[in-house]
Ligand binder design. Structure first.
Ligand code: SME
Length: 162
């Protein structure tokens, strides 16, 4: 079970995300703010970024948006590629505790040990996703998942209203 201080940390970051949401004028600004805040406040979130579905693209493709962390060679990802493609095509959060053991994984940095990808829904459909890489194995607990899904929902709601 998480200690009180760890629970406090998740609450604090969630409130910070609410603050960023209330100050961001557009979904785009919110995505930038979320990438910055998760990368800065969560020590194990070493790369934080959004991939968004390119409007009208056929076949569909995910395009890199706002991110914080090392440069990635993966700026466009098809839905049949990578952990990112798996999350977008299934509409489900994907957590990989050890990226070396997952054949779908597209390497971004040699230091990455684990990854979570959370779909962003707008109007009931996948519009993109929030992708986080960690230098630590199995970095993403249930608390992390809840926090990251919360941030993805904030972005989805803003996309619906933009
Ligand atoms: N690892 C991802 C590719 C994106 S980078 O992590 C930034 C994947 O397997 O889809």
């Amino acid at each position: 079970m998480a200690t009180k201080s760890v629970v406090g940390k998740f609450e604090e970051v969630r409130k910070e995300a609410d603050r960023v949401n209330s100050q961001a004028h557009t979904a785009d600004r919110l995505m930038e703010g979320v990438a910055i805040l998760l990368n800065q406040l969560m020590l194990k979130y070493n790369w934080v970024g959004f991939y968004m579905l390119e409007p009208g693209a056929n076949p569909p493709v995910l395009v890199l948006g706002h991110y914080r962390g090392a440069m990635t060679p993966h700026v466009r990802i098809s839905l049949n590629q990578g952990i990112c493609g798996a999350a977008a095509s299934s509409g489900k959060t994907v957590i990989v505790d050890d990226v070396k053991k997952d054949s779908r994984y597209l390497a971004c940095s040699l230091e990455t040990k684990s990854e979570i990808v959370v779909p962003v829904f707008a109007h009931g459909k996948v519009a993109g996703e929030l992708d986080i890489d960690s230098h630590f194995p199995a970095a993403f607990t249930d608390d992390d998942r809840e926090l990251i899904e919360y941030c993805a929902q904030l972005v989805g709601k803003r996309l619906e209203n933009d």
